[in-house]
Ligand binder design. Structure first.
Ligand SMILES: C[S@@+](CC[C@H](N)C(=O)[O-])C[C@H]1O[C@@H](n2cnc3c(N)ncnc32)[C@H](O)[C@@H]1O
Length: 246
């Protein structure tokens, strides 16, 4: 990283808007795995979107990992007296550091004795435990699916059973979507297109890891979002939050 980039990155961290102190959220970060994956600025953007999103749709989360952002959004929904359901998906697959270079092994990075399939069970169990511990009276509808598999079911408007064995009718209009699954450009673009089909006018989309200068496909895709006439940029904190125009 050049010195100029370092200065820019430090300045952008200093400028991040935050919500007023919420002691549950402070605690949450040490209760649930994944603090490294949730930018503080996203909390402000989620809070804004969940407070201002159109009523009677659902909240969609793509990529749930150990449940940190899921628990956070469930907390914020309750805090703002919002009754919309949260529906999320994650295949809980292990994403290895060298997968994209075609060097995929059965084990996790740096440990040949720990299998990827065991990681999958470990992370899904973490997710379930954290949700049942913190939000047992307000469970989300969670699916062990990739976003492509999930939207294929969503588009068919099927009645489905989630991992908590709850029945839910898929296909409702979406009020807010948090896109935090596979960050490769093609996936982010497809996740956007799938959400867009169901997003209500005035609904929001937050793209994780979309901040300027990040190496992810999410950042590359922001160029198209900024040119998309059906959306307006609400805030960059430093990730991008968009609202669909009415
Ligand atoms: C950065 S983590 C999500 C972190 C989580 N939102 C949080 O803040 O606690 C990305 C997640 O996306 C999941 N993922 C990877 N490919 C996916 C896909 N095609 N569809 C949905 N989720 C995917 C991974 O299994 C991983 O758990």
């Amino acid at each position: 990283m050049t010195i100029l980039k370092k200065i820019k990155s430090t300045l952008s961290k200093l400028k991040v808007k935050e919500i007023p102190e919420d002691i549950f959220i402070l605690r949450l970060k040490s209760l649930v795995i994944g603090a490294d994956m949730l930018h503080n600025g996203n909390i402000y953007l989620m809070d804004y979107a969940l407070k201002n999103m159109p009523v009677d749709g659902v909240v969609i989360e793509i990529g749930s990992y150990g449940g940190l952002s899921t628990n956070l959004m469930l907390h914020l929904l309750k805090k703002h007296h919002r009754v919309e359901k949260l529906i999320n998906c994650d295949p809980w697959i292990y994403e290895g550091a060298f997968d994209r270079h075609g060097e995929k092994s059965n084990s996790i990075d740096g440990r040949h004795d720990i299998l990827r399939e065991d990681y999958s069970t470990y992370m899904k169990t973490n997710f379930i435990n954290s949700i049942q511990f913190l939000h047992k009276d307000n469970l989300p509808h969670s699916f062990q699916l990739t976003s492509d598999e999930f939207f294929s079911e969503y588009d068919k408007k099927v009645q489905a059973k989630d991992i908590f064995n709850q029945a839910v009718q898929l296909g409702s209009a979406i009020s807010f979507a948090y896109i935090d699954g596979d960050h490769a450009y093609a996936y982010v673009k497809r996740d956007f297109e799938n959400v867009d089909k169901h997003l209500m006018n005035s609904g929001f989309i937050l793209f994780d890891d979309s901040m300027d200068d990040s190496p992810f496909g999410s950042t590359t895709f922001m160029k198209e979002m900024k040119a998309n006439k059906n959306y307006q940029l609400v805030a960059k904190n430093p990730n991008y939050l968009f609202q669909k125009l009415a």
